[in-house]
Design a protein around this ligand. Sequence first.
Ligand SMILES: Nc1ncnc2c1ncn2[C@@H]1O[C@H](COP(=O)(O)OP(=O)(O)OP(=O)(O)O)[C@@H](O)[C@H]1O
Ligand SMILES: [Mg+2]
Length: 169
Amino acid sequence: MPSSPVGDHPPLPSPLVLLRLPSDFRFERVAVDTVTSLARQLRFPHEKVEILRTAVGEAYLNAIEHGNRRDAASEVEISFVVEDGQLTVLVRDGGHGFDLQRLPSPCLEEKLAGHSPARGWGLFLMRALVDDLRVDHSATGGNRLIIVVRRQAGEGAMGGAPPARPGLP
Ligand SMILES: Nc1ncnc2c1ncn2[C@@H]1O[C@H](COP(=O)(O)OP(=O)(O)OP(=O)(O)O)[C@@H](O)[C@H]1O
Ligand SMILES: [Mg+2]
């Protein structure tokens, strides 16, 4: 990879990086380190790198636990696509997926008071931090969480809602 992949350089391949990891929590570090290195290479500011680290870590853990149900033989595929100053991370597992719109929002007061389960924060956090978050499942291909983080406000997808993305891998 060139030392400065943004700017006047030729277009980057898509997906730029493709990771195939086992369903093993010990590999979370590999997923998080990969997105960190990639985002730094793409000159994402520090706070955006931190957002990507949190989102990719959470998404990978969810893919293992809820998607692949901790079946070590099932893979999680993480692909990284770069275009127009935004990084899209696609986290694919072999599960049946879920409806992002129907997840309950956790209540901080209830949790602090111990009246509700301590879990259920991963996607809530992710939704608050990233620029776009979607789920897409196919009958054959399992479930895919799509995370979009823009390098700067106004970059990528012309600063508005992301377009339909038939080109995604
Ligand atoms: N890849 C996935 N496949 C299927 N269901 C999922 C997936 N990711 C999330 N879910 C569903 O969404 C719910 C909320 O996920 P979220 O990450 O917010 O909480 P959690 O994993 O249960 O707890 P934690 O706070 O430890 O992350 C999960 O309990 C699960 O039902
Ligand atoms: Mg989770």
